[in-house]
Design a protein around this ligand. Structure first.
Ligand code: DC
Length: 227
């Protein structure tokens, strides 16, 4: 009889900019590995919703910290039922709104906000068995993650994918992606960077399924080398 593979017990770090297929890949990978899934971007987005609702100036980092410290951000790690709650209320649509997306780079650049959310992420990762996606997972949140993967794609492919998802035009999306890349890569606290020991995977010419297959192979190689 065919025995299903044992669930993955380690930590997969999946970093990279938006539009690389990261979220879809991470969720599918977690399901293939019978692992949990953590979308750290959703946590920064929920913190941003808290700041926007409170009406604080986003460049007033002390005020932003005050709001985020009191915010109760809860996120599920079930790849088939992804959901984030802010102060007990589901905010799954609001975290993806254009207003939140425009503000999230400012909130996620505040060091104390990052420290708070990184601590929460480490607690959620716990004993492992999880695929974690973000910008700083392999570099800051969980440096011992294996495999540690950095997804890339050409700027055209990234803008095309995001435009397809959002139903917006490619030129507007391309400008927004370039703006967020610049902010995320140039901030002082944990900028978007590729860990020297991360495996880079260019998804420009790959289907999602091909990327997932490749990552399953990498995760299985880690499991087998640990046996
Ligand atoms: O992956 P995403 O687009 O949902 O992420 C939203 C924002 O949060 C993005 O502009 C960068 C930031 N982010 C971060 O700084 N660190 C992470 N680990 C994840 C996201």
């Amino acid at each position: 009889m065919h025995t299903p593979p044992a669930p993955f017990t380690g930590v997969v770090a999946l970093d990279g900019p938006s539009g690389t297929g990261k979220s879809t890949v991470a969720r599918q990978l977690a399901q293939r590995l019978s692992a949990r899934y953590l979308d750290t971007g959703a946590m920064y987005r929920a913190a941003t919703v808290a700041a926007l609702r409170a009406g604080v100036e986003l460049d007033d980092s002390v005020a932003v910290i005050g709001v985020v410290e009191l915010a109760k951000i809860e996120i599920s790690t079930d790849p088939t039922a992804v959901s984030v709650h802010l102060d007990g209320e589901a905010v799954d649509s609001e975290i993806r709104s254009p207003g939140t997306t425009a503000a999230v780079s400012a909130v996620s650049a505040v060091p104390a906000v990052r420290a708070q959310l990184v601590a929460a992420q480490r607690e959620l990762i716990g004993d492992g068995g999880i695929v974690v996606e973000g910008r700083d997972i392999g570099s800051v949140v969980w440096p011992t993650a294996r495999p540690k993967v950095y997804l890339t794609a050409s700027p055209e492919a990234r803008a095309g994918r995001r435009a397809g998802e959002l139903g917006a035009d490619v030129a507007t999306i391309a400008a927004d992606i370039a703006r967020r890349d610049r902010l995320d890569s140039n901030r002082a606290a944990s900028p978007l960077t590729q860990s020297p020991d991360a495996i880079e995977l260019d998804t420009t010419d790959l289907e999602i399924g091909e990327v997932v297959d490749r990552l399953v192979e990498l995760a299985n190689a880690v499991t087998n080398s640990a046996d």
